[in-house]
Design a protein around this ligand. Structure first.
Ligand SMILES: Nc1ncnc2c1ncn2[C@@H]1O[C@H](COP(=O)(O)OP(=O)(O)O)[C@@H](O)[C@H]1O
Ligand SMILES: O=P(O)(O)O[C@H]1O[C@H](CO)[C@@H](O[C@H]2O[C@H](CO)[C@@H](O)[C@H](O)[C@H]2O)[C@H](O)[C@H]1O
Length: 454
């Protein structure tokens, strides 16, 4: 039984009073958000780590949600996760903000005020853009911009309503601000990598124009503004449309493979490779992740020995391409086609992994495997499912990749299979936590990959 929450504020600007009245409301609301990572573990405590009045009627909070510590074969997970919230406070909430409503504060100086998610409020979104246009500080918050940034004011904001890992606001179809939800200390790769690629002249990734960070309780990236590609369609929507129309998607998949190889080459220049990948250690890490996932999703248990065979084969195969910085969570939803070009977004990596792990050099095969899995996901969205469509897209993607990268992922069979297996294990965990209805999609791959030679 979770104990009663008593927030223990450590604040930049606040006092105990306001926080005491917010804690109970947040504890109900937080676990219902798509981006809340701890849905499978009850929240035992909520602590406000920092609170800053960003502008009148809008509080910026970093809160730590603690969970019952559940030991897993991979060790005991950290006691909690830190989330970024922007809370609006109003006496009367306009009907258009009802879906952002969190609750009404019952006590302290905020008593009687309606508390809501301020990112849904165009007025707050406006003021946030103004802060980004004028680099400076607010308590521990730091607002910075690229030297040549010239973001116009007054661009109308629009919240993206897609259910995502973070929350994004589009301004005047010219810029998009991603507000990170789960915050880990350190620089977020979704700021670090696109900035480094822009410095390399890589045009396949929108370059950051402004950002905001915090210094408390530790340094961390909180949000990034980048150009919005107004006429872009994401690869997932394009693939589903092609499937619905019975269209071939191989030309798109091949072009996407080339684009991804270009991004990998630019990444290798921006962050020089660390040396040959250590397959033995990678295989061990994959086995540990599988054990932890099977602990959380027992449906994986019967397949563990078969899946471990794929990791065992990785441990004994030749090194493959050098480890380098990669995208880390590549799938069809992370690529946008505008005109005839493919662009790549969202370099955050897999949100559930520690930041240090996401920023570490990894095999580029991991990204290839992510995209191959995504073709499989798309092909399973319709009945009867279309394995042949997926197979042809996978081939075409690899062919396009090989033409630009100079090496062919299909010739790294053991490496590719191990990474595909590891990715499918990640997906099982992701779907179990966030979209249980989708679980059969990665489970179908697990069943195939657990049969050696399948
Ligand atoms: N630069 C951009 N131009 C156009 N659309 C974008 C851009 N960046 C992101 N998007 C859209 O916003 C969605 C969410 O962005 P993403 O970075 O994947 O966020 P999250 O980390 O929350 O998944 C994407 O699926 C895409 O449709
Ligand atoms: O929100 P992110 O884009 O950071 O990524 C997370 O959510 C993705 C789903 O939105 C998830 O991707 C999985 O589902 C996709 C279809 O919705 C599919 O194309 C991908 O291949 C599959 O992995 C991703 O794993 C997760 O990190």
């Amino acid at each position: 039984m979770p104990k009663t929450i008593t927030p223990r504020p450590r604040t930049a600007t606040g006092t105990d009073g306001p926080l005491a009245s917010l804690g109970g409301l947040l504890r109900e609301w937080l676990p219902r958000q798509r981006w809340f990572a701890g849905k499978d573990r009850p929240v035992t405590d909520l602590t406000v780590l920092s609170m800053t009045e960003l502008f009148p009627g809008c509080l910026h909070l970093l809160v730590n949600a603690s969970h019952v510590p559940v030991p897993t074969p991979g060790g005991t997970p950290p006691p909690g996760d830190c989330y970024q919230l922007l809370l609006g406070l109003r006496r009367h909430l306009a009907p258009r903000l009802e879906r952002a409503y969190i609750g009404r504060a019952q006590e302290g100086p905020l008593a009687g005020l309606a508390v809501y998610d301020a990112l849904h409020d165009p007025r707050s979104a406006d003021l946030l853009l103004e802060r980004l246009r004028q680099p400076g500080t607010a308590g521990p918050l730091r607002f910075g911009a690229a030297p040549d940034a010239q973001v116009p004011g007054g661009l109308p904001p629009r919240l993206l309503d897609a259910e995502q890992s973070n929350t994004s606001i589009v301004y005047g179809d010219a810029y998009i601000l991603k507000v990170f939800r789960r915050i880990q200390p350190g620089v977020n790769p979704d700021l670090e990598v696109p900035a480094a690629l822009a410095a390399q002249g890589c045009a396949r990734v929108p370059a950051p124009v402004a950002w905001f960070t915090t210094t408390a309780p530790r340094r961390a990236t909180l949000g990034v503004l980048q150009p919005f590609l107004p006429d872009a369609t994401d690869g997932w929507s394009l693939a589903l449309s092609a499937l619905a129309a019975g269209d071939d998607f191989t030309a798109e998949a091949r072009a996407l493979g080339r684009a991804m190889a270009e991004v990998h080459l630019a990444l290798a220049e921006a962050f020089p490779p660390a040396g040959p990948g250590e397959n033995g250690r990678t295989a061990e890490a994959m086995c540990a992740r599988l054990d932890a996932a099977a602990h959380a999703v027992p449906g994986l248990l019967p397949f563990v020995p078969g899946l471990k065979a794929a990791f065992g084969a990785l441990a004994t195969c030749d090194t493959g391409p050098p480890a380098q910085r990669i995208h880390g969570d590549l799938h069809l939803g992370q690529v946008l086609r505008a005109g005839r070009d493919w662009f790549v977004i969202d370099f955050e990596g897999e949100p559930s992994r520690p930041l240090a792990e996401r920023r570490a050099p990894q095999s580029p095969v991991r990204d290839v495997a992510g995209m191959l899995r995504s073709f499989d996901y798309a092909a399973r969205q319709r009945r009867p499912w279309r394995p042949e469509w997926a197979r042809r897209c996978r081939e075409a993607f690899c062919a396009g990749y090989a033409a630009r990268a100079g090496w062919d992922p299909r010739k790294k069979h053991a490496l590719l299979r191990a990474h595909e297996t590891d990715r499918a294990v990640y997906e099982v965990l992701y779907e179990a936590r966030h979209r249980p209805d989708w679980l059969p999609v990665p489970m179908a791959a697990i069943k195939r990959l657990a049969v050696w030679g399948g």
